[in-house]
Design a protein around this ligand. Structure first.
Ligand SMILES: [Cu+2]
Length: 487
């Protein structure tokens, strides 16, 4: 049952610790082909499937005359993963699901057909849209065999960028996202028109975690173990991307895993971040490594190296805390080839913030505490303000239009990616230390172990109930969620 934690999952923490101490010795080493053998050992059979196929762009469904009318059928059955027949949970038989593309002001009309054996629903992660009725409403429960017509109206002034969609029924989110139910959602405009970005190759990388059994069936989420998982990019294992020397491309990275911290880095190629969680940044941030937390998106510019050859895009070693660890793994290969491009320039300034929320008087301050209770014999409980979520309870009542500061404390030794629906926030302090600069709004940010985040947000445009929660979906399903009602 979803309310108890399997023995297997309790064991995982121990094995992660053991493996972490080994991998620490590899820190700082250059990750070349000599490491492939080690990776192969860790991943078991999955690396045998490496094909190096060209990265495919997941099927695009685009709005026409202001409306994106489409069907999303959820099912458990055959699909294609890395060119092989596999069994997974999918939207429209596709792993990941189709890419939905729309513009600010458009309406999404989605016929949602639940052919799974369990209840499900649809969440448009990051969108500033109504949380009520047949919009982005996580209180809806679409039963097996039922069809439901979603209508999601995207405001005219909605930020343009990279979002994603996935099911969000409490208690089932972890298993369904881990089972394969995720897809990208792109709102066009904004940075797309900026000099230096306009016209560039625009690539999408939807990153998911998968673990197969011997018949290419995805192992149920509760029985998966990090060291036997593989990361897929658009449903492919180690796909190939191509770039010319000096060419600039835009890559939209989506962390659609349910509990993997992606520390991304690429040999020889800094990542020039331009957007976070669908929100344009004020300036380009040049990074050697970029942490993309579960649920987060990052758009980056990549400039092809002057040297021709193959370069590895890796999920690098990440030691978040004594309890949380992610091993190094090859994600994709970038092949630099062809004639050099000499006129592509990385821009510096991007789009200004609509407002910097620091230094303005707030209407109200709230304190929220995340904690983990490991003392009960019945299993670990994941809590906010000492409670597991109750979908019938309201934890925070907020006035429409209110401007609030929330100090979110983490009383546990684990990272918890904090996510809130509907209204994005700005992080104004980390562990009580004010930030030097606000680069963008965000919808998900890691809450440091035994630390805090101070965020500011406006509850604009929409009344109704929605949720804030940990985006480690296992934690969310086991109680780490709260409910806001805007009145
Ligand atoms: Cu958590």
């Amino acid at each position: 049952m979803v309310n108890s934690i399997s023995r297997r999952r309790l064991l995982t923490a121990g094995s992660a610790l053991a493996a972490a101490s080994v991998s620490t010795q590899a820190l700082g080493q250059h990750h070349g082909h000599h490491e492939v053998a080690a990776v192969e050992k860790k991943l078991g059979r999955s690396v045998a499937q490496v094909t190096g196929d060209e990265l495919r762009f997941p099927e695009v469904r685009r709005s026409v005359n202001g409306v994106l009318e489409t069907t999303l059928r959820l099912s458990y059955g055959p699909t294609d993963i890395d060119g092989q027949r596999a069994t997974a949970m999918t939207f429209e038989g596709s792993y990941p699901g189709p890419t939905l593309m729309a513009q600010p002001g458009d309406t999404l009309r989605i016929k949602f057909i639940n052919d799974l054996a369990d209840a499900s629903n649809l969440h448009t992660h990051g969108l500033h849209v109504s949380p009520s009725g047949n919009s982005d409403n996580v209180f809806l429960v679409i039963q097996p065999g039922e069809t439901f017509d979603y209508e999601i109206k995207i405001p005219e002034d909605h930020p343009s960028g990279t979002y994603w969609y996935h099911p969000h029924v409490h208690g089932l989110t972890f298993s369904q996202v881990s089972g394969g139910l995720a897809g990208a959602l792109i709102i066009e405009g904004g940075l797309d028109e900026l000099e230096g970005i306009k016209g560039r190759v625009d690539q999408l990388l939807v990153i998911q975690s998968v673990q197969f059994d011997d018949s290419n069936t995805i192992v149920p989420a509760d029985d998966q173990e990090m060291h036997f998982q593989t990361r897929t990019v658009n449903g492919q294992i180690n796909p190939t991307l191509r770039i010319r020397p000096g060419e600039v491309q835009r890559w939209r990275l989506v962390n659609a895993t349910s509990e993997t911290y992606l520390m991304i880095g690429m040999e020889g190629h800094p990542l020039y971040q331009i957007s976070k969680d669908g929100n344009a940044m004020t300036r380009v941030e040049k990074l050697e490594r970029l942490l993309i937390e579960p649920g987060c998106r990052a758009d980056v510019l990549v400039k092809g190296h002057q040297f021709l050859g193959s370069w590895e895009l890796r999920k690098m070693l990440w030691l978040g805390s004594e309890r949380q660890y992610e091993p190094d793994e090859l994600l994709a290969t970038l092949v630099v080839e062809g004639e050099a491009v000499t006129d592509h320039v990385i821009p510096t300034a991007l789009l200004p913030l609509s407002e910097d929320l620091r230094g303005m008087p707030v209407d109200r301050t709230r304190e929220i505490r995340f904690s983990v209770d490991r003392s009960q014999p019945g299993g670990t409980r994941f809590l906010i303000d000492g409670k597991q979520v109750d979908m019938g309870r309201v934890d925070q009542t907020v006035q429409l239009g209110a401007f609030e500061e929330w100090v979110i404390y983490n009383d546990s030794p684990d990272w918890h990616p904090f996510h809130i629906h509907v209204n994005d926030f700005q992080v104004v302090a980390v562990n009580g230390v004010p930030v030097d600069e606000v680069l963008s709004f965000e919808d998900t940010r890691g809450l440091p172990p035994n630390g805090s985040l101070t965020i500011r947000h406006r509850f604009l445009d929409f009344t109704g109930k929605f949720v804030y929660h940990c985006h480690l979906l296992f934690h969310e399903d086991h109680g780490m969620m709260g409910i806001v009602e805007v009145v």
